[in-house]
Write a protein that binds this ligand. Structure first.
Ligand SMILES: C[S@@+](CC[C@H](N)C(=O)[O-])C[C@H]1O[C@@H](n2cnc3c(N)ncnc32)[C@H](O)[C@@H]1O
Length: 470
């Protein structure tokens, strides 16, 4: 008889079935159920994971293991679900979501992280899984491997064993390889342009924020290329101006006077704002040595406007502000020197070939050298990524060609080629690692946009028109 507090696991008939199946053994005075390892060749996972440490070949200093994130996604979502990770780093969540057929949204305050995540997703390949119902698509789920789950009850009742579905083992369609689905990269602040009346009615909080930017600029200076920095010894508000906020003196034996224009935190620095600020700067006595435009984002036209502005003897500097400055509580804690960056202008040439097609060549990017006090050209080998949109509509940059010069011939797209070598000519893919585009056709009415992301994750864009072709 079972000991006190226990009971038979099945009926007398069931025990006979178990004995016939050779599943009962004697143990002392009692009986034991005999279980085999392959009765159910999988084990349920608990909340203690000791098989997930470390990430080989890290591309980001705090990169999370794919195994951990994949497991979390598989535990909590189905194919076609939407996964959100607000601190993407190198984009492991988006990568794993893509891998397991989930949709994703991800963001980060760091431009470097966004640049790494973007490249990681663009150049990744994934297995293609068989869909449960190809008509219905991804929401029908995949065809999964399953294993039998033989139990005492199934043997005693002479029933076929249940099957366990292995949701982490979809069946692979060996004839296919997937790449990431189409995605867009958005940046904050959203490119909204205020009317001048709206902008003129600047709210008092915005004024406070600009005062905060001013103290931060005084504390950290402006970072240029190769560790160069413009430092200031004095920085004061100016009165009687609407678009210029303050004046600063460089920390040098012979201080130079700079006028500073900050964009609002929610709007782009556009060419109108720049032109109004320059009108005000023109009336200032004495003449400044520099006019500094600081913004979280510049409109592409603003960059061109600054390039073309004719201000002899005055340096017009385009400075990007770290997005962290947008967050009031973060700002109090900021002690980084990376709050203000000098933005480089892409040095780009447009060629027109005999056949009427165009090509873009990136020579590098111009930046203001603090020591030389002039614009100099930076090396093209510090360009992490660049792309061409031959039909730019003035708003959305939709590149038709993308290049990863810093990765050289063996990184970037060529990693993708290795997996897809049957379909892609490695000689052609090799051309997507340099600084010269492949020939493209242009609708003469449209503009050609070239966007460059440098090794610091800083983006700059140049708009070209067909008339500029050489
Ligand atoms: C630990 S990392 C994430 C690593 C990521 N799971 C991976 O596999 O690469 C955290 C990220 O959060 C970002 N971050 C910090 N504060 C943030 C904020 N307020 N909003 C968005 N991202 C933020 C950092 O820039 C950093 O890239």
């Amino acid at each position: 008889m079972p000991p006190s507090g226990k009971h038979w696991k099945t009926t007398a008939e069931g025990i006979k079935q178990l004995i016939q199946a050779g599943r009962i053994s004697k143990s002392g005075k009692g009986l034991r159920y005999k279980r085999y390892l392959d009765d159910c060749p999988v084990i349920e996972m608990g909340d203690f994971w000791d098989d997930t440490g470390g990430t080989p070949n890290m591309r980001y200093v705090v990169q999370t293991s794919e195994k951990v994130i994949s497991r979390c996604i598989l535990m909590t979502t189905d194919p076609g679900d939407l996964v959100l990770d607000i601190t993407c780093g190198s984009g492991t969540t988006a990568y794993c979501a893509e891998k397991w057929g989930r949709r994703w949204i991800t963001c980060d305050t760091s431009r470097v992280a966004i640049a790494i995540a973007r490249q990681r997703l663009m150049t990744a390949t994934f297995d293609s899984y068989k869909l449960a119902d190809p008509q219905k698509g991804i929401s029908s789920g995949f065809v999964y491997k399953s294993v039998p789950h033989i139990t005492l009850k199934s043997i005693a009742n002479n029933e076929p064993p249940a099957r366990e579905i292995l949701y982490d083992q979809p069946e692979i369609d060996a004839g296919k390889v997937r790449v990431s689905g189409a995605f867009t990269v958005e940046s904050l602040p959203a490119p909204s342009v205020m009317s001048l009346e709206e902008a003129a009615a600047l709210d008092p909080d915005e004024k406070d924020r600009q005062d905060g930017f001013m103290s931060q600029l005084m504390a950290t200076g402006i970072r240029g290329k190769g560790g160069e920095r413009i430092r200031f010894s004095r920085h004061e508000k100016i009165s009687g101006t609407r678009w210029l906020h303050s004046e600063a003196w460089t920390d040098e034996a012979e201080p130079r006077r700079a006028l500073v224009c900050f964009a609002d935190s929610s709007t782009l620095m556009d060419s109108r704002r720049i032109s109004f600020a320059l009108d005000e700067a023109g009336k200032q006595i004495p003449k400044p040595s520099m006019v500094i435009f600081c913004a979280f984002q510049f409109s592409p036209e603003a960059q061109t406007f600054i390039n073309n502005a004719n201000w002899p003897g005055v340096s017009l500097l385009q400075v990007e502000m770290n997005d962290d400055l947008m967050t009031e509580d973060l700002k109090k804690k900021i002690n980084t020197d990376e709050s203000f960056w000098l933005v480089g202008q892409p040095d780009v040439v447009l060629h027109k070939d005999k056949g009427g097609k165009y090509r873009v060549e990136v020579l590098g990017y111009d930046y203001f050298s603090v020591s030389k006090e002039e614009l100099v050209s930076g090396d093209a080998d510090k360009i992490a990524m660049w792309g061409v949109d031959p039909n730019y509509n003035g708003m959305d940059f939709a590149p038709s060609q993308i290049f990863f010069p810093m990765e050289g011939k063996s990184g970037g797209w060529s990693k993708l080629t290795k997996t897809l070598k049957a379909e892609i000519d490695p000689a052609i893919i090799g051309q997507y690692s340099g600084t010269e585009s492949l020939p493209f056709e242009v609708d003469e009415e449209k503009m050609i946009a070239v966007k460059i992301i440098d090794d610091r994750g800083i983006e700059s864009m140049r708009i070209l028109r067909t008339e500029e072709a050489q």
